[in-house]
Write a protein that binds this ligand. Structure first.
Ligand code: ARG
Length: 267
């Protein structure tokens, strides 16, 4: 009897050793969870941009904090705007983070986490421009990033096949076109526009808000349809919204306090 007990104990101990070895070899020792592939379009400061070859920004800090809270290691890669959607649809990446607005059209193809940021479109023009509101954009040449809600907003105002609308692969190229005088305005997310104006005083650009025209938008982390991560990530986002981590990150990047209530109301 004693012998049998010992054999069982030895067997159990070795089994658990084998199991724990399996766990660490697969995950690199992070509590049994796989490394998540996170893709982004790092040309949208201050949310995601490249600094000395590194992808940084509010979104990047945020997605890392969310993954950490959920117990996952992450690897963030800049792939470009269209590829973010292609990779998530094709499930070659786990999370897309790119100031991505949750829209009725996108939720047909993708899942999103609960909202983490309030945004709206805004207009960027040279100082002294006659454009003072969205309505003044009529008949003017406008640059947007292709496939964004900025493009949607302009098309909603002036029609889908508007030949005055110039679409670019990333938002920096749209702004460059304004600098060159190839267009009269850029339409993009307010925080990005305002950060550009502040960081590039020599360009002499100003931003135009138009709350009557541009609707409230909410960013979410983009996930493949049916992603098993959604529940875990939603829980992690809510934890960060509740425990002060989100507020800290927000203040680090934007120097003001976030409106957490409005985010929660969307859930
Ligand atoms: N919020 C807008 C959208 O979802 C623009 C996002 C652009 N993001 C970027 N990283 N280029 O369409």
């Amino acid at each position: 009897m004693k012998k049998l007990k010992m054999v069982t104990t030895v067997l159990l101990v070795s089994l658990s050793l084998i199991l724990s070895a399996c766990g660490t070899s697969k995950t690199g020792g992070d509590g049994g969870k796989k490394t998540l592939r996170v893709v982004t379009d790092a040309a949208y400061a201050p949310f995601e941009y490249q600094d000395k070859g590194e992808v940084v920004g509010f979104d990047i800090d945020f997605v890392k904090a969310v993954a950490k809270e959920a117990g996952y290691p992450v690897k963030v890669e800049h792939v470009g705007w269209d590829p973010v959607f292609i990779e998530i649809e094709g499930k070659t990446a786990d999370i897309g983070v790119s100031s991505i607005t949750i829209t009725p059209k996108r939720i047909q193809t993708y899942d999103f986490t609960v909202p983490y940021f309030l945004s709206k479109n805004e207009i960027l023009v040279p100082k002294g421009s006659p454009i003072k509101s969205a309505k003044d954009l009529e008949g003017k040449k406008i640059a947007v990033q292709n496939g964004t809600t900025g493009q949607e907003a302009v098309e909603k105002l002036f029609g889908e096949n508007n030949d005055k609308l110039k679409k670019f692969d990333n938002n920096n190229l749209a702004i460059l076109e304004l600098k060159k005088g190839g267009v009269d305005a850029v339409v993009a997310d307010n925080t990005v526009i305002e950060t550009y104006v502040k960081n590039n005083p020599k360009d002499d650009f100003v931003f135009i808000e138009d709350d009557g025209t541009f609707e409230k938008e909410f960013y979410g982390l983009l996930l493949p349809k049916g992603s098993k991560l959604k529940a875990e990530l939603d829980k992690a986002v809510n934890k960060l919204l509740d425990n002060g981590t989100y507020e800290k990150l927000y203040e680090k990047w934007f120097k003001i306090k976030p409106d957490i209530k409005i985010l929660k109301e969307q859930q």
